[in-house]
Write a new protein. Structure first.
Length: 300
């Protein structure tokens, strides 16, 4: 019996004029990353030796006594030890940072009732949002005889799908989406379906996670969340005390003459999201969207 769950992150969008069906999410501006100190290297200069002049006597054919020559004095420089500082490695942040992680892994589920039915379960993508919530996207691929079916059940409320970190902390999912929410009926061999699970923020000091499926007694281990790729950016709004968060691969941000935020879609440039100043609505009513405690009427 297969189970899974998925979660999708909902981000509040500030009042924007929508010119297409693209989405942008709202959040607080990002915090400034700490600046890493620079390592210094001290080179010791070696002083040049100073030679004293030699004293050479002058020989004459007189009865004057010949003075013995003075010895030549040569200063031998004493080199100072060279001091080289060892560079300090970059410290790993104490908490998991926002961004996309390339941690992944797979395991195979073999059913006791029949070894002819198997499922390859994989963690394919991990993204952490600006509030620390962890979105794990997983896939299931059916391996079964032809002309057979196999059902994957919903993981809504299923506590047998969870995370553990290297410190022993357990994380139960708080939301699911895709196949993890709806379930799925496999009808073809090698058929793949995808779902997502949202987990609470990682505990301080935790960076290595294991995804457990206790329904099928399997796990995907060693999911290391360090050095993320930044795939989202947040821009502050001019007229409202919010920020709009957007995917960098989808949107390019700019400003209007009145410093209003303007997002232009990278693939469809005529599709734009424009911040609109408070005042009368422009255009005709299009739709109503509820995002958390806020309700938005969309005009355009």
């Amino acid at each position: 019996m297969l189970k899974m769950r998925a979660i999708s992150t909902i981000v509040v969008v500030t009042l924007l004029l929508v010119a297409c069906n693209a989405q942008a999410t709202l959040d607080a501006p990002p915090q400034t990353e700490p600046v890493e100190p620079l390592a210094a290297k001290v080179d010791t200069a070696t002083p040049r030796p100073v030679l004293l002049p030699s004293s050479t006597p002058t020989t004459t054919c007189t009865s004057t006594a010949t003075l013995p020559p003075l010895p030549t004095t040569t200063d031998t420089p004493t080199p100072l030890p060279t001091e080289t500082e060892t560079p300090t490695p970059t410290a790993t942040p104490n908490t998991v940072q926002p961004g996309l992680y390339y941690a992944n892994g797979c395991t195979t589920i073999i059913f006791k009732t029949s070894a002819l039915y198997r499922v390859v379960f994989c963690v394919v993508r991990i993204e952490v949002d600006r509030n620390g919530y962890m979105l794990f996207t997983v896939s299931w691929t059916a391996l079964m005889p032809p002309d057979r079916t196999m059902r994957l059940h919903s993981d809504v409320g299923n506590l047998n799908m969870y995370l553990m970190d290297e410190l022993g902390n357990r994380y139960d999912h708080i939301s699911v989406s895709g196949t993890a929410s709806t379930g799925y009926l496999f009808t073809d061999n090698n058929e793949t379906t995808v779902g997502s699970y949202i987990f609470p923020p990682a505990k301080p000091g935790a960076h290595i996670f294991t995804f457990f499926d206790d329904d099928n007694f399997v796990e995907v281990a060693n999911l290391v969340l360090v050095n993320p790729t930044i795939i989202r950016e947040a821009s502050t709004l001019n007229w409202y005390p919010f920020s709009a968060e957007y995917l960098l691969e989808d949107w390019t941000a700019s400003r209007t003459g009145q410093n209003e935020l303007l997002l232009t879609h990278n693939t469809y440039p005529t599709c734009q999201l424009i911040e609109w100043a408070p005042g009368d609505l422009v255009g005709s009513y299009k739709n109503t969207v509820e995002l958390g405690p806020l309700t938005y009427d969309l005009y355009g």
